[in-house]
Design a protein around this ligand. Structure first.
Ligand code: FAD
Length: 425
């Protein structure tokens, strides 16, 4: 990891010099020199944005702030939980990003001073910026579900940020005796990757069918309807008849509290004691977005969809799961597309050009068993100040034959190779 390093005193001094320089120059002249862009968060959105910025204009000074030296990807992590994939296939380093001329700083961004155009890192050093891109993903709300805090997550894993939590849920499934109940608590929208809880239920059922066939999956849902519902339900009927039960919002499925001591999930209509309890809590934009003042009362960041510019802070852009994306689901696919479009908007703006209307594509594959997947593709454009879905997308046919499902499962693997290659490789 030669290109990676911690920020120290030297950077703080350099930051101060850049700040002094930035105050002395009119903004367009500064942009045409070598604008300094800081990207916070090296996930699918932030890493794509940093790479695109550098590719569009090699003179830009691009810094990526990301505390983890190894990124663990959520897409396909449900396969890790089901024992179909090694966690190593989810992990990526930042060497190639550093090799592209991007300064990668292994730190947490702690504070933003939007007026001074300055960001403070966890070790108290500072960095000046001309443009800041916030791509911190989500924060799990440990204040939203009574009984569910960080300690409870060690007994009732969420596995909604991949890594240790993914492995914990896997270990719990392996340790469970046949005949047990695996409960999945699903929050209301908006959440990261809306179809992923149902993909998880399917793949856990696949594991149980092979290894613990008397066991069941119980989905306790704060929603009545969900993404790709008809496709999921048809697949459950075909592959896992009777193994997956879902209690919808109208039937009392909304989880109101949990008791980690007894592994009990309490809903509007009753208590469920689970042998394995996967509790996915409500979410909001990553903490730094809140600390910076980029979030509104929804907990997410309002943006101008033409440029991803924050509606609340000057010279700050927000991309990925953290932003209020209108009709765009919170997905890696969308975060990557937003990262590229945001980079384009920043480069145009720095060189005094009018913004181009972004046209984003997002595709989401759901794998319900090895060799059995379906997908949802969407096209999104700014409309009435938010992103709206426009014509051109589509979903897999409900009555498609198994060869098509197998073909989509292969396409899903290819998609993962391409997006992780483009982002980290
Ligand atoms: C189980 C599951 C399955 C999924 N499957 C799919 C799928 O098949 N397809 C798909 O498209 N999407 C899928 N997703 C969704 C996808 O993972 C997210 O939408 C995507 O990761 C969002 O990208 P992001 O860049 O906004 O956030 P992230 O990828 O989470 O990256 C955010 C980064 O910011 C860093 N960060 C946070 N705060 C700070 C700070 N203060 N300072 C510095 N760095 C910070 C974090 O360490 C993190 O690396 C899935 C999600 C889950 C949970």
């Amino acid at each position: 990891m030669d290109g990676l390093r911690q920020v120290g005193r030297r950077d703080a001094v350099r930051g101060a010099l850049v700040l002094a320089a930035s105050l002395a120059l009119p903004s367009l002249a500064r942009a045409q020199a070598s604008a300094r862009i800081v990207v916070v968060g090296g996930g699918f959105g932030g890493a794509a944005c940093a790479r695109t910025l550098k590719r569009l204009d090699d003179k830009l000074q691009v810094t990526l702030i990301e505390p983890s030296r190894i990124f663990t990807a959520c897409p396909f992590s449900n396969e890790v939980i089901a024992g179909l994939r090694d966690i190593g296939a989810q992990q990526f380093g930042y060497d190639r990003i550093a090799a592209a001329g991007i300064e990668v700083v292994a730190q947490v961004a702690a504070k933003v001073d939007p007026q001074a155009h300055r960001i403070t890192l966890a070790d108290s050093s500072g960095l000046a910026y001309d443009r800041l891109v916030l791509a911190p993903g989500i924060e799990l709300r440990f204040d939203a579900l009574p009984g569910y805090d960080e300690a409870a997550a060690q007994k009732m894993p969420h596995a909604w940020q991949a890594g240790e939590q993914t492995l914990l849920l896997r270990r719990q499934l392996e340790a469970m005796e046949d005949g047990g109940v695996v409960a999945i608590a699903v929050p209301a929208n908006p959440l990261r990757c809306p179809p992923a809880p149902y993909e998880r239920a399917s793949l856990i059922a696949h594991y149980l069918k092979q290894r613990k066939p008397r066991s069941k999956v119980l989905i306790l849902d704060a929603k009545d309807n969900f993404s790709q519902q008809r496709l999921f339900e048809a697949a459950w009927h075909e592959l896992y008849d009777g193994m997956i039960e879902r209690v919808s919002l109208s039937n009392g499925g909304r989880v109101t509290s949990v008791d980690p001591n007894t592994n009990t999930i309490i809903t509007e209509f009753g208590d469920h004691v689970a042998q394995v309890a996967n509790v996915i809590p409500p979410q909001r934009a990553g903490r730094i977005a809140q600390v910076a003042g980029a979030t509104d009362k929804t907990g997410w960041c309002p943006i101008d969809p033409m440029t991803f510019a924050s509606k609340l802070l000057p010279d700050v852009h927000v991309i990925g799961d953290a932003c209020l994306g209108g009709g765009i689901p919170k997905s890696a696919s969308a975060a990557g597309a937003q990262g590229k479009a945001c980079a384009n908007a920043i480069v145009n703006n720095l060189s005094g050009k009018a913004p181009e209307t972004p046209r984003l594509t997002g595709i989401c594959y759901d794998t319900v068993a090895p060799g059995y997947a379906f997908s949802l593709a969407g096209l999104y454009q700014p409309k009435d100040d938010i992103f709206a879905e426009v014509e051109g997308g589509g979903t897999s046919a409900l009555d498609a034959p198994r060869e098509v499902r197998a073909h989509e499962a292969e396409a899903a693997q290819n998609w993962y190779r391409i997006i992780t290659g483009e982002t980290f490789g």
